[in-house]
Design a protein around this ligand. Structure first.
Ligand SMILES: CC(C)c1onc(-c2c(Cl)cccc2Cl)c1COc1ccc(-c2ccc3c(C(=O)O)csc3c2)cc1
Length: 229
């Protein structure tokens, strides 16, 4: 069963996950009534920029993260930002947000200059996450595990990252057994989502390229985290 130390680790991660969220006034902008492709792209850019700031604050609360080599901290954030934002936006879709964010977010993503070929894998992922009905502990741990992926590009001390990721994986495994006793393969299904996330990284890189070819501008923070412009 879950030890006291593991329960404490889970509490730190879940509290950080719940504390750091896009501010309501930013999220509410999704409900504005302009729906041009331009307006949608601008709003999604604002959401992504705010989400990256939220992600950095969440990451700083992961025990041990700030003790990692500084270049590695940056490499982990840059390498996981897109995946963490897919996870977060997937929660918005699966939680059927009370304030109607779900519908408008889907509408804006579908009409923001993303080509059809990326829509299918993207919304298949959202559907597959929704079908898992994750509790917030699982969502928070899965996000921390994604950020602490040792084999991101340019990570020098992969062992140090593994030492932080392993305890998270162990807590998540135990939590899955407790939460889904009738579904022994549930933990494996969660990890399967992480593999699916990696394929979305490739699609996302192509989405960025096609946006840039149509002269779409990003914010300085997104340019820095995605190495564009
Ligand atoms: C630059 C921009 C055009 C872009 O490029 N790729 C992607 C992008 C896309 Cl289109 C899909 C998946 C990942 C990325 Cl980076 C995006 C948009 O990224 C988003 C990131 C995050 C949210 C997001 C998060 C939380 C919440 C909450 C909440 O927590 O209460 C309420 S509303 C909301 C909205 C939406 C969009």
């Amino acid at each position: 069963e879950i030890t006291k130390a593991q329960r404490a680790l889970m509490k730190v991660i879940v509290d950080a996950y719940n504390r750091h969220k896009i501010p309501q006034d930013v999220a509410k902008k999704l409900l504005q009534d302009q729906y041009s492709a331009e307006e949608n792209f601008l709003l999604l850019t604002e959401m992504a920029t705010s989400q990256v700031q939220v992600l950095v604050e969440f990451t700083k609360n992961i025990p041990g993260f700030l003790s990692l080599n500084h270049e590695d901290q940056i490499a982990l954030l840059k390498g996981s930002a897109v995946e963490a934002m897919f996870l977060r936006s997937a929660q918005v879709f699966s939680q059927k947000m009370p304030n109607g964010h779900t519908e408008v977010l889907e509408e804006r993503i579908r009409k923001s200059g993303i080509s059809e070929e990326f829509m299918t894998p993207m919304f298949n992922f959202y559907k597959s996450i929704g079908e898992l009905h994750m509790i917030e502990e699982e969502q928070a741990l899965l996000t921390a595990i994604t950020i602490l992926t040792p084999d991101r590009p340019f990570v020098k001390d992969q062992q140090a990252v593994e030492r932080l990721q392993e305890p998270m994986l162990e807590v998540l495994r135990k939590l899955c057994v407790l939460q889904h006793p009738q579904e022994p393969q549930y933990f494996a299904r969660l990890l399967g989502r992480l593999t699916e996330l990696r394929t979305l990284n490739h699609y996302h890189a192509e989405m960025l390229t096609s946006w840039r070819m149509n002269d779409h501008k990003f914010t300085p923070l997104l340019c820095e985290i995605w190495d564009v412009q």
